[in-house]
Every structure is written in C-alpha cells, then in structure tokens.
Design a protein around this ligand. Structure first.
Ligand SMILES: Cc1ncc(COP(=O)(O)O)c(C=O)c1O
Length: 422
C-alpha cells in the first residue's frame, strides 16, 4: 500500500495521472491489432473486457515464480501463493468498500455468486407460497437460479416491470415487496439496456419490510464506484472478466451475519474444519463457501486488475465513458432508421440499437468487416427483448480504453450497413 492508502501494482505509478486514453491503450496489447485489415475497434466490453499488461504479467509471474496450492502448505511457494491470494481478497474488499475481508467469497463470476445465494440462502429461507422479487431487466443469470429455487420450493417469481425507456417502475417494485417476499434480486446496471437502477433506494424500500437484497453488479463494477456499505445491500455479485481481470474469477460480497447463518453451498476441501463419516464441521468465513482448489492465478490477477482500475480512478473512467456514450448515442440515433433501445435517464456504457429492416446479426457482421466488434443477439436477456417486441438488438458497449475516434468508426459502420441495405 502507498502512504495514501492506495493499492499499488508493480509497474503502475502511485501518483494518479490525468486521464489519458492513449496512455491507457498502451497497457492493452490486444488493441494494437488489425481485423480484416482495419484497426480493431473493440466495443463488446459488456460481454468481456480486454486485459492490461499488469493482469497478463500477474498470470505469468504466478506460473513462473509462485505456482503452488494455497492454505495449509508448509513450504515457501505455498505460503507465498496463499499470501497473494488473500491479498487479492483485501483488494476486492477495498474496491467495493466492504467492512470485513471475511465478507468476500471468491466465485467463478456473477453467475456462480447468484447461484450460491439462491441455493444456500434461498433454500433455507424460501418456502411454498413465498415470493422472490426480480426486475424485468435481469440477465438470465439473475432469473434462472431463482426459477430453479422457486420450482423446487413451490414459491413464486415476481417481476417488477420497466417502462418504455427501460427504467424500472419504482412504485411497482415497492408494491411487489409483500409479506411473502423472502428476497429481492436486482441488477445494478442492465447489460441489455444500460439502465442504472436506483439500487440504494430499492434496498431501503426492501429493508423497510425486512427483505434482504442481492445486487447483480456485473455491469456496474467496471463503470462506477461501488460502495456496498453505502448501498447497504445484503449481497453483491460481480465477475472479474468484465473489469479487466481474467475469466473464471469473480466475487460475492455478503454481510457477515447473513453469510454466517447460511449453510454451505458446495462441499469439498477447504470448506471444512473436520470431517468424519459421522459428522463434518464447517470452516469459518469466507472459506466455508470456497470448496475445492480455487482459481488461484485468476484471483491474484483480479487483485491486480482492481488495483489498476483504482490507480486510474473510477470517477475519471466513469466520466470518460459517459462522454463516449453520449457521443455514440447522438451519432447513431441521428442515422435515419436507427432506434435506440434503452433511453433511461441514467445509463452506463451500453448502446443497444436496431436498424429498421436489418437483422442485428447482419449489422454485427458488416461492422466486423470494418474492424468494429459489437454484439448482436438477445444478450442473455430474452425477457428484455420480449418487453420491447424484439428478438435481438445490436449492442455497442464501452470501456475506459475506447476513444471518440472509435465512436466515429461505429457510426461510420452503421451508415455503411444502411448503404448496403439501401
Ligand atoms: C448484468 C449481468 N449479470 C450477470 C452476468 C453473468 O456474468 P458471468 O457470465 O460472468 O457470470 C452478466 C454477463 O453478461 C451480466 O451482464
């Protein structure tokens, strides 16, 4: 740690530099390539982000210098590996301002974090006739785990509706918090629409009725400062790969007393205190929820990624991405026949759109020929598509390394699509 309490990554200056997108781009080797003879314009960041050198180097360093299993090791490499792994837990704790390092559970990603809560907290607390409340803008990862639970328990999945701009209808959300609601599970930022939900207010509404809240933070953590203590949510899940870390690692935050009272999720090594054929006793938090050998290198690299983002400054990242979003919205919506899907007052880094008479897959393919990588499809949010009467959209999504020139390339690509389709 620096004297100012900032996290430090080798090779990253401790003094925060002014935001310089060109300097940041130098940290991402993949961005230097051409695709179909054009410079790569990577606008598929909501699916996954590219990785900076500090993350790539962290993986390499682990396998070159440190590779050993963690916990219980008596040899030097295992001790080092354990220290680095647990340091990453502290990095996550600081990144989301959790009060206690034991509140951070390493998981494969947001999906596993949500499944953990549904299967552990949910199976204990949700019974026949009870209700689980979600919103109409959830990713499948925050729908299906609750459906599985409700089906098993004879409970009901309730869905708070959204308006035509893709904003949650807050009064309806509040109305659906009933004496039978056992948990509310809501996305912080919609991956299909970009809508930023007022999660602090939603948590307040739910808590006023004694209902815990899980926040799916997969699309929020890369784009804005998240403070779980300020939000006061009971659970917060996110994926490393969407915030410049490798895939296969993410974190679940849970309030200590809530996690403590929950049964284990998976059984195996590391999550036990003692095992006999008659009885097994479980380990303390957070290890109770970390069965088996984890993604050690990925966890350490997640720590490096969060330090890197912290070093650049999420407030500066957010401001830059808002500029890109506004410029892209203006440029793309000005093209005749283009309709933006998701026009909420508060949005983050996602521009979903449809072009009249053109299938989104064709849009994606033509843009790809221009070197512009976007996503076309239902974005694992089929109920959102249904709400807007669509099968799919084209989605451009931004990260800190994207530039105004890349927004221009996107708009030029969309105009090209229009030309081709007359
Ligand atoms: C809002 C949201 N929630 C959950 C997920 C699932 O994340 P993962 O596949 O990394 O577990 C995603 C991925 O796109 C997402 O956008």
């Amino acid at each position: 740690m620096s004297p100012a309490g900032q996290l430090i990554v080798p090779g990253v200056s401790a003094v925060r530099a002014p935001f310089n997108v060109w300097r940041i781009r130098e940290d991402f080797p993949i961005l230097r390539q051409t695709v179909h003879g054009k410079p790569l314009v990577y606008l598929d960041n909501a699916a996954t982000t590219q990785k900076p050198n500090v993350v790539i180097d962290s993986l390499r360093r682990f396998y070159c210098d440190t590779c050993a299993n963690i916990h219980r090791g008596v040899h030097e490499l295992s001790e080092r590996s354990t220290c680095l792994y647990e340091d990453a837990r502290t990095s996550v704790q600081q990144f989301i301002n959790a009060g206690d390092v034991r509140e951070i559970i390493f998981v494969r990603g947001a999906t596993e974090g949500i499944n953990l809560v549904a299967q552990s907290y949910g199976r204990k607390h949700v019974g026949a006739g009870d209700e689980v409340l979600i919103t109409a803008m959830e990713h499948h990862s925050n729908i299906v785990p609750w459906q599985i639970l409700c089906e098993e328990k004879g409970a009901h999945l309730r869905v708070a509706p959204i308006n035509d701009r893709g904003e949650l209808i807050l009064d309806e959300f509040e109305r659906l918090l009933t004496p039978r609601t056992r948990i509310a599970a809501v996305t912080h930022v919609s991956n299909a629409l970009g809508t930023v939900n007022p999660v602090k207010e939603m948590v307040r509404m739910a808590h006023a009725r004694g209902i815990p809240v899980l926040v799916d933070g997969a699309q929020a953590v890369p784009h804005q400062r998240v403070d779980v203590r300020d939000l006061d949510c009971d659970f917060y899940a996110f994926s490393g790969h969407k915030v410049y870390a490798p895939s296969g690692i993410g974190a679940l935050y849970g309030k200590l007393r809530v996690l403590d009272a929950m049964p284990p999720y998976q059984g195996g090594g590391d999550m036990i205190r003692s095992v006999s054929f008659e009885k097994t006793t479980y380990n303390d938090l957070p290890y109770k929820f970390e069965a088996g050998t984890p993604n050690i290198s990925g966890t350490i690299a997640l720590g490096a990624a969060l330090s890197y983002v912290t070093e650049i400054g999420l407030d500066l990242v957010a401001a830059h991405e808002q500029e890109l979003l506004e410029a892209a919205t203006e440029a793309v919506s000005g093209i005749p026949g283009v309709r933006i899907i998701g026009t909420a007052a508060h949005k983050a880094a996602v521009l979903s759109f449809v072009i009249e008479g053109v299938h989104p897959h064709d849009v994606g393919t033509i843009l790809d020929r221009q070197g512009v990588a976007i996503r076309a499809g239902h974005h694992c949010a089929q109920p959102v598509m249904e709400r807007f009467g669509l099968a799919a959209t084209s989605r451009a999504s931004f990260a800190m390394y994207n530039t105004r020139e890349e927004v221009d390339a996107l708009a030029a690509g969309v105009r090209k699509v229009k030309e081709i389709f007359g």
